[in-house]
Design a protein around this ligand. Structure first.
Ligand code: CO
Length: 211
């Protein structure tokens, strides 16, 4: 059997099991999705949103990219955010990073990957620059790496709050609550590191006053 064929076979078994557990499962989900959460996570194969939160299909709207970044020129991310916030009306947006993130580690090095990857990793290098004073106090490289993962998540939550999408939803519907979490690959535990409740104060420089 080819390795991809195993996936198709497992899928059949999974669908059967679901139907046995809950006969209305697929007909219900095929009609509508009403997730309460938007998850912005890392593409890393070891951090699957549904598994680590023990949630089911239909519960979390998901976007993943390298190092869970919220980049304001990323049309993909912004489309997902707009759809989830404006149309699905999610109550929570979670940016979930993870310790041991390869993207963050790569950004800490001076190695050139290629044009596209360098362009993406530059956004993480910027996070390092914003917090250079604190990060450079860490003599332990591992600790510094962990801390940059946490600060990156915090920075991406702030990036969310700078979008007109979030600011408009805060103004009109007092949602969503923004969360910055970090998942531990070694123990499977998610640690909340930062949050912004709906309608939190933001730097006036980024605040729109005519939404
Ligand atoms: Co990662």
């Amino acid at each position: 059997m080819k390795i991809y064929e195993k996936l198709l076979l497992e899928n059949k078994a999974w669908a059967e099991e679901r139907k046995l557990d809950d006969p209305g499962f697929f007909s219900r989900l095929s009609e509508i999705q009403t997730p309460d959460f938007l998850w912005i996570g890392c593409s890393d194969s070891r951090v699957p949103a549904n598994e680590i939160t023990n949630t089911q299909p239909g519960e979390i709207f998901v976007h993943r990219n390298i190092a869970n970044m919220v980049v304001h020129t990323d049309v993909n991310l912004l489309s997902v955010l707009d759809y989830a916030v404006t149309y699905l009306k999610v109550k929570h947006v979670i940016v979930c990073g993870h310790y041991g993130c390869g993207g963050v580690k790569a950004a800490m090095s001076n190695h050139s990957y290629n044009k596209i990857l360098n362009m993406w990793l530059k956004n993480i290098k910027d996070v390092y620059r914003f917090h250079k004073t604190e990060l450079d106090t860490h003599t332990n490289e591992e600790r510094k790496f962990d801390r940059l993962v946490e600060l990156n998540v915090q920075e991406q939550v702030l990036q969310l709050s700078k979008t007109s999408i979030i600011q408009k939803a805060w103004q009109n519907e007092q949602r969503p609550h923004l969360h910055g979490w970090v998942y531990g690959l070694k123990d499977g535990i998610i640690k909340p590191v930062f949050e912004m409740e709906a309608c939190s104060e933001i730097d006036p420089l980024y605040k729109y006053d005519d939404l």
